[in-house]
Design a protein around this ligand. Structure first.
Ligand SMILES: NC(=O)c1ccc[n+]([C@@H]2O[C@H](COP(=O)([O-])OP(=O)(O)OC[C@H]3O[C@@H](n4cnc5c(N)ncnc54)[C@H](O)[C@@H]3O)[C@@H](O)[C@H]2O)c1
Length: 285
């Protein structure tokens, strides 16, 4: 099966970026969302980013015209999925919402189509169980911001076939990304399993008064050559999201203390200091 048409379900931060890179790479692309206003916002955001690519000489205006011929914003996910060989779900991180979407996609999409999720924390195996095609269900975890970040983490659910993995690898590479594969569908996959304990440890350092936020971040930047310190990165991701993923890891690994969220992180979320998006987290913006 040749993948020519892709449907992206959910046109938020991640879905918009995924749709953009797919359309730029030459795929006929449908972006869907429950909210019409969100679809308009998504389109405006992509227009702005593509215009910047022209200004910087990375794309020509003719190439942009081609992108707009291939990129369609629609509310009816069923119809779009019915015409697609690959669906990438990027709706909100709620198990019941994603399960319903996978049931709907399983009914609407052609039998041979591959269904994937961009989830950060929900087991792919659980989403696959909502369908009659578990071998054709996998994770395609793009990083934020999608057009900039080079990695896509592929996740094999319990029953994902090698053919499915090979097909989505080809798509990920064709949109200019490099791939890592989580061969087992375990909480956090590879990237968040590395990242979240490191952010959590940085919060513990702050909580225990061992270093200031600036020094902890500086230690990681200059001592470990990380481009951004862990607390700055946590503010960027959102402290509520970090706490949520840590709780998934903690619970998913049976209360393993490696993943126990630091009380300071919980307190900051409780105080509403969620990071950049609200103007205050470990730093003020
Ligand atoms: N933001 C990140 O840094 C990041 C990174 C990697 C993965 N993810 C994952 O990507 C997914 C999307 O995250 P986001 O940050 O783009 O969220 P977001 O809130 O920006 O966007 C989610 C979109 O889903 C839409 N939506 C909700 N229910 C829907 C439904 N039933 N059908 C269609 N659309 C629906 C919402 O209207 C919204 O536009 C989540 O699973 C998240 O865990 C996020």
């Amino acid at each position: 099966m040749k993948i020519e048409t892709v449907t992206v379900v959910g046109s938020g931060q991640m879905g918009s970026g995924i749709a953009q890179v797919c359309a730029v790479a030459g795929y006929e692309t449908y972006v869907t969302d429950l909210s019409g206003a969100q679809l308009e916002k998504s389109e405006a955001g992509i227009r702005k980013r593509l215009a910047r690519n022209v200004e910087k000489g990375r794309m020509t205006s003719q190439e942009i015209d081609g992108v707009w011929e291939r990129l369609h914003f629609v509310q009816d996910a069923r119809k779009a999925a019915g015409q697609s060989q690959l669906i990438i779900e990027a709706a909100i991180e709620k198990l019941d919402v994603k399960t319903e979407i996978f049931k709907m996609l399983d009914e609407a999409a052609p039998e041979e189509a591959i269904l994937t999720s961009n989830t950060s924390s929900i087991p792919i195996t659980t989403l696959a169980a909502a369908t009659k095609r578990p071998p054709k269900v996998a994770g395609m975890h793009f990083m934020n911001p999608v057009p900039v970040m080079k990695l896509v983490e592929l996740i094999a659910g319990l029953q994902t076939s090698q053919e499915t993995l090979a097909a989505i690898r080809e798509v990920a590479e064709s949109v200019g990304k490099q791939v890592v594969v989580a061969q087992k569908d375990m909480p956090g996959f590879i990237v968040n399993r590395l990242l979240m304990p490191s952010i959590n440890e940085a919060v513990w350092l702050l909580h225990e008064g061992i270093g200031s936020a600036r020094d902890i971040d500086k230690g990681a930047r200059l001592g470990l050559n990380h481009p951004m310190g862990p607390l700055t990165l946590a503010d960027f991701i959102g402290l509520d999201t970090c706490l949520f993923i840590l709780e998934v890891l903690y619970e998913g690994y049976g209360g393993d203390p490696r993943f126990r969220p630091c009380p300071l992180l919980k307190q900051m979320v409780g105080a509403g200091h969620l990071g950049r998006k609200v103007g205050r987290g470990f730093y003020e913006y």
